[in-house]
Design a protein around this ligand. Structure first.
Ligand code: GZL
Length: 315
């Protein structure tokens, strides 16, 4: 009898240990190389990725690139060494990713690109892209402006991070959009690096250089637009009256500026795609085929439609 009890208790212990091991084995580990913490949009994007991972019991290894590609590449190499199940990258700039993506492929670790696109010669180096269509955003902004100012005005542009996909595409599509209106002239363009302080400093310089010749400010993101609005007011001018300001992202503080009449419009660029990223990772690990590019749907917010929705905005 004693022998049987010993055998049974040992059987129970090993079954519990096996179950624990199996449970441990099932915990998904994802390495996420984020660009940095340059804007309110970025903070919302990071929160979405972290909160959703916690909700799903995913072991998220998070790395803040602090605005430098070399930090991101170092983080990806560390994820490979750690043997994570999946790697997610929000690439600061479009180029320079091929070598480390090949290392991930050799290690048989799938990579998902979010937020900003990469330029590679071999698209199989990443599973798919999840983010917004930056070209469409710039086009929507240009079309809104042309209607707002009847196709006439001198524009200064606040560009985002040099070499980043949103900067490249928002600049090109806006230029393509205003090209149809000879009365709309781009008189100056400079990077504020997607930062509020950058938008304010560059706008102060534009005001010194161009003064009252400026009719429009086109900012590649809301943080820079809000910085520019501050500079315009400090110069004794009225944003929304003396100068039309338009931007992209749709953060709540920008929508409040739209309602206040200081910001003409903000084209949404929704950052809350944590759920979509993890759903896609689960689908890929389950052997399902996913589309190469999964674009988020973005809306333009201006005086006509912002007041009604602002309370419900999550970021
Ligand atoms: C867009 C994202 C951009 C935002 C900025 O998807 O990469 O970077 O427009 C952010 O606010 O800094």
């Amino acid at each position: 009898m004693k022998l049987l009890n010993t055998f049974l208790s040992r059987l129970v212990i090993s079954l519990v240990a096996l179950t624990a091991l199996q449970l441990e084995a099932k915990t998904l580990t994802v390495g996420f190389a984020q660009t940095g913490a340059e804007s309110a949009w970025r903070a919302a994007n990071t929160a979405s990725m972290k909160n959703e991972a916690a909700k799903r019991g995913i072991n998220l290894k998070f790395s803040d690139g602090q605005g430098k590609q070399e930090n991101q590449i170092r983080a990806v190499r560390s994820f490979i060494t750690q043997g994570v199940d999946f790697i997610v990258i929000a690439p600061i700039v479009e180029t320079g990713w091929e070598p480390v993506l090949r290392e991930a492929k050799r290690a048989k670790i799938p990579v998902l690109v979010t937020d900003r696109t990469v330029q590679v010669s071999d698209e199989s180096l990443y599973v798919c892209f999840i983010g917004s269509d930056f070209y469409a955003e710039g086009k929507m902004a240009a079309e809104w402006l042309a209607a707002k100012v009847n196709g006439k005005g001198n524009i200064v542009e606040l560009q985002g991070t040099p070499g980043s996909a949103p900067t490249n595409e928002r600049r090109k599509s806006f230029a393509d959009g205003i090209a149809k209106f000879p009365g709309l002239k781009l008189i100056d363009s400079q990077s504020g690096d997607f930062r509020r302080s950058g938008g304010k400093e560059v706008m102060e310089a534009f005001l010194k250089k161009h003064g009252k010749a400026i009719n429009v400010v086109y900012a590649h993101n809301d943080d820079m637009a809000l910085g520019a609005i501050q500079a315009i007011e400090e110069a004794g001018l009225k944003p929304g009256k003396d100068i039309t300001v338009l931007s992209i992202d749709g953060i709540k503080e920008a929508l409040q500026a739209v309602v206040a009449g200081k910001l003409g419009c903000s084209v949404e660029c929704n950052p809350l795609f944590g759920p979509k990223v993890y759903d896609t990772i689960s689908a890929v690990l389950a052997g399902k085929t996913v589309a190469k590019k999964l674009f988020n749907v973005d809306t333009l917010f201006d005086a006509k439609n912002t007041a009604a929705i602002i309370a419900s905005r999550e970021y």
